[in-house]
Design a protein around this ligand. Structure first.
Ligand SMILES: NC(=O)c1ccc[n+]([C@@H]2O[C@H](COP(=O)([O-])OP(=O)(O)OC[C@H]3O[C@@H](n4cnc5c(N)ncnc54)[C@H](OP(=O)(O)O)[C@@H]3O)[C@@H](O)[C@H]2O)c1
Length: 172
């Protein structure tokens, strides 16, 4: 097995599974963005084309950004385009190896997260303690195959619209 861990997330979901609305995040959670940044910093990240488009600042800095699209002519500036998930994982692994990193992260959206879930050894999940409206949802995760190794509760505050729990799970 490779010494480089494939991780699903970090990804944040509401109680009703919602992760996105109108091509954006459906909440303002500054502390969760800080966690996202800390977890992914320096590591290759894989994302879908719509998540790429949703980024206010592209690419995510100090991370190799790998963007999946079935459109062979798609050329994201400052990122690597890829048409196949397994190939994206391979590119990310090679980049991590070159950079001396031990993890690659699949950061969404919904279909990529689900593709990653079946292969990932680690899962970073922010549980947003709210039901929110949106147009992109994650399916329920079968947690019987995972064990929680970290859990941090964050209250709502001026900078965080809802309370949330940041969780790290590892495959059993
Ligand atoms: N809450 C969170 O943590 C979080 C995280 C990420 C994203 N989001 C939100 O989720 C929304 C975007 O996510 P989404 O699920 O709609 O879209 P997405 O997964 O980011 O992008 C979907 C696109 O990725 C490409 N793609 C997907 N699977 C592929 C495959 N197997 N092979 C090749 N290309 C593939 C296709 O691009 P083409 O159409 O170009 O072929 C597809 O249309 C936004 O609202 C964003 O803000 C939330």
């Amino acid at each position: 097995m490779s010494r480089i861990t494939l991780s699903a997330g970090p990804i944040a979901r509401a109680r009703n599974g919602v992760i996105g609305k109108d091509g954006r995040l459906p909440w303002r959670l500054k502390s969760d963005l800080a966690i996202f940044r800390a977890v992914t910093m320096g590591k290759p990240v894989i994302m879908g084309r719509k998540t790429w488009e949703s980024l206010p600042k592209k690419p995510l800095v100090v991370r190799t950004n790998i963007v999946l699209s079935r459109d062979g002519s798609f050329e994201p500036q400052g990122a690597v385009a890829c048409e196949d998930f397994s190939e994206a994982v391979q590119i990310a692994r090679e980049q991590a190896e070159e950079d001396g990193r031990d993890e690659i992260c699949v950061i969404g959206g919904a279909s990529l997260f689900e593709l990653a879930l079946s292969r990932a050894r680690r899962l970073y999940l922010t549980e947003v303690e709210a039901e929110v409206e949106g147009d992109v949802r994650l399916s329920a995760i079968d947690e019987s195959r995972w064990r929680e190794v970290r859990r941090e509760a964050h209250p709502a505050s001026e900078q965080d619209q809802y309370p949330f729990v940041f969780r790290v799970l590892e495959r059993l």
